[in-house]
Each structure stands twice: as structure tokens, then as C-alpha cells.
Design a protein around this ligand. Structure first.
Ligand SMILES: [Zn+2]
Length: 108
């Protein structure tokens, strides 16, 4: 597998807006290859392996579909079936237990 370089953005405005919208205090969201954090630090986020795997799965979904198609399909899924049943979230939750998803991934 080709190496995938991912980035972390702490105190992200986008993540803050998403947290307000979703009603959460700690949030991570992915745009392309960047994991945007709100209410958590880089260190704290990286400490939770399941959480990192979940977000890396979203990075892979972006890679597979492309930025705009992924966002479009993701939002469409949310509108159609809601956040929890969204197939991209179902896949990311399954990835939380899959250590292999981190193969070739470098977080800088
Ligand atoms: Zn997710």
C-alpha cells in the first residue's frame, strides 16, 4: 500500500462549528487528509487508537472517492438515513477495531 501522509489541525474553527452543530464537546472531523480537532489536543487524540483508526478510515474514503464526491455522498447519506446509519460512519466504526487500517499511514 502506498504511504498516506495525514495532518492534524488543533483548535480548528471548522471542528468547532461542527461540534456546535452536533452538540459534542470533543470532536474530530476529516477534510481530505487533515484531521480537524476541537476540544481535544493532538496528544490526547493520538492516545485513543480506536479514534485515530476511525478518522483514518474517513481519510481513506476521501482518497477513494475524491474530496467533493465524498463530501456530497456523505452529506447525502446523513440527510437520507442520519448520522449513525450513514454508511461512511458504519465503515469507520468497524475500522476502529482494525489495526491494519494504519498500514502505510504517517501522521505528521
Ligand atoms: Zn466518523
Amino acid at each position: 500500500m502506498k504511504p498516506v501522509t495525514c495532518y492534524i489541525k488543533e483548535r480548528s474553527l471548522l471542528a468547532r462549528l461542527a461540534a456546535r452543530y452536533m452538540g459534542g464537546s470533543q470532536i474530530a472531523m476529516v477534510i481530505g487528509k487533515t484531521i480537524h480537532l476541537h476540544g481535544t489536543s493532538r496528544e490526547d487524540f493520538l492516545r485513543h487508537k480506536w479514534w485515530v483508526r476511525h478518522e483514518i478510515c474517513h481519510v481513506m474514503q476521501y482518497r477513494e472517492l475524491g474530496l467533493v464526491p465524498f463530501l456530497w455522498k456523505y452529506l447525502w447519506e446523513c440527510a437520507r438515513v442520519g448520522y449513525h446509519a450513514n454508511r461512511f460512519e458504519v465503515e469507520a466504526r468497524a475500522a476502529e477495531r482494525d489495526a491494519a487500517i494504519m498500514d502505510g499511514v504517517v501522521i505528521v
